[in-house]
Design a binder for this molecule. Structure first.
Ligand code: ACO
Length: 433
């Protein structure tokens, strides 16, 4: 696997700045819209770029996902997210992210076959590891730990520069995520483990492992399996988000992909990232009814109601294109499951916020999490599973970035700091403190 396309010609320009300390003019080259920090440091030695949260830093070059937050554009390998959500499947998109091109029929068949035949997990992962958790363990905590544990089951994963081994780990990780996820859920609610049914498609198999209660098989509603597939497409990648950055940072030390994926999943566990759709459901539940929406919005504006969960985004300063697609998917799902009673509160909240100067002036729009939780809840997933449902498809994106980083022969991630601590001082024995 790996991107086989040629890198486009770099676009180079430059700016000239004057160093007021010396009066010297310095020409700074700009390539593809970025200034090389290491080149800049050579010109201005001893001056660091201070950028906590990386709001103004491009940490890498990437040809995987294009995102224009001003215009609300998201493309995987050049293909608009709207077209992929309409016509593609999650596994096809995973192949695209990893290989740079859409598969032909034969390539897709081989890829689907490979994924389907790596869905089983080692019996010790299940019996000794997953079933060793405390009875009320959070499924996302279980998923993070079990993913890390997989590295001890596949010692060939250490051969990260062997393309054959690398491809095998990529297939294993994408294939086993739904199995681990469903196992974590079933354990957390006291239900016995269900083996994958490899006669089923990717999402239908996951739904079967989640909900099966009787032999011989569980047949998910095809429309719900498709809706989940669309949600998986929308969540498959989002360029240098927090968890993908964690994947690249850990991967840059040449850790094996299971350990790096576990680190990425751990980043996703946080409420500011993968936990936001759970926060949306809790917020909508607290609001309770459409009548309370305006008062709630006022409390957010005053600062005593917390943030409007599912609103705002570091990059999108217009409507998140994924949120638009999700809104449509929600209607399709609710036709089958019945409407989530919190939908009316959500719609009213969106309407009130989008006509309020506080939100429009700060360019706060619904993000992907605003409606996704409503769908997951209507499909029967407990709130604790929401970050897990994010981690399953994002695994393809994480691995695409991991692979791209290895092929770029990047340096180990090791930023500098601006030290603001104590000057040198002498140790004081405890009796004298
Ligand atoms: N509700 C109310 N006010 C908000 C919100 C919100 N959801 N988001 C941002 N603001 C306000 C801030 O108070 C700030 O206002 P100020 O200038 O008066 O101080 C301004 O908008 C800018 O906010 P920042 O925190 O600087 O924006 P940042 O880009 O750092 O944060 C974030 C982005 C974390 C997503 C933020 O919008 C937020 O907390 N949203 C709610 C949580 C959420 O939905 N997260 C999911 C993100 S998508 C994902 O990870 C898949």
């Amino acid at each position: 696997m790996g991107d086989i396309r040629e890198r486009p010609e770099p676009v180079t320009e430059s700016i000239t700045i004057t160093d007021n300390r010396t009066g010297e003019s310095i020409e700074i080259p700009i390539t593809d819209g970025g200034v090389s920090a290491s080149e800049w440091s050579k010109l201005l030695p001893g001056i660091w770029f201070y950028d906590p949260g990386f709001t103004s830093t491009a940490a890498c070059e990437s040809s995987i996902t294009y995102l224009d937050g001003e215009e609300g554009i998201l493309r995987y390998r050049g293909y608009p997210i709207e077209q992929l959500a309409e016509s593609s499947t999650y596994l096809e998109v995973a192949y695209l992210l990893l290989n740079g091109e859409l598969p032909n029929a034969e390539q897709l068949a081989v890829w689907q076959h490979d994924i389907t035949h790596h869905t089983f997990i080692h019996e010790n992962v299940r019996k000794r590891f997953l079933e060793g958790f405390h009875y009320d363990a959070h499924p996302m905590g279980m998923l993070v730990s079990a993913t890390a544990a997989l590295s001890t089951f596949y010692l060939d994963a250490k051969d990260i520069f062997d393309p054959v081994s690398r491809d095998k780990q990529i297939v294993r990780l994408i294939a086993k995520m739904p199995t681990l996820a469903a196992a974590a859920h079933r354990f957390s609610v006291g239900m016995p483990f269900v083996y994958p049914d490899n006669s089923l498609g990717f999402t239908a198999n996951f739904l079967s492992m989640m909900w099966k209660t009787a032999e011989p098989r569980f047949d998910a509603n095809p429309a719900l399996a498709r809706a989940l597939d669309v949600l998986f497409i929308l969540h498959a990648d989002h360029e240098q988000n927090c968890s993908t950055t964690a994947m690249r940072v850990v991967g840059s030390s040449h850790a094996d992909p299971y350990s790096a994926t576990a680190a990425a999943a751990a980043a996703l566990y946080g409420p500011r990232h993968g936990g936001a759709n759970e926060a949306v459901i809790r917020m909508l539940g607290d609001i309770g009814s459409m009548d309370n929406v305006e008062a709630f919005v006022e409390s957010v504006k005053r600062g005593d109601g917390g943030r409007l969960q599912g609103f705002g985004h570091r990059v999108y300063k217009s409507y998140d294109p994924r949120a638009k697609i999700i809104k449509r998917t929600a209607d399709e799902v609710f036709e089958i499951t019945g409407k989530n009673p919190l939908l009316d509160v959500a719609l009213k909240l969106e309407e009130v916020a989008l006509s309020d100067e506080y939100f429009t002036s700060r360019r706060l729009y619904p993000n992907v999490d605003f409606y996704s939780g409503l769908i997951y809840q209507a499909m029967g997933f407990p709130l604790e599973m929401f970050p897990v449902l994010f981690a399953i498809p994002r695994t393809a994106g994480w691995l695409a970035h991991w692979q791209e980083m290895l092929e770029q022969d990047s340096k180990i991630a090791r930023p500098r700091q601006l030290y603001i601590g104590a000057e040198e001082r002498n140790y004081v024995p405890i009796a004298e403190r």
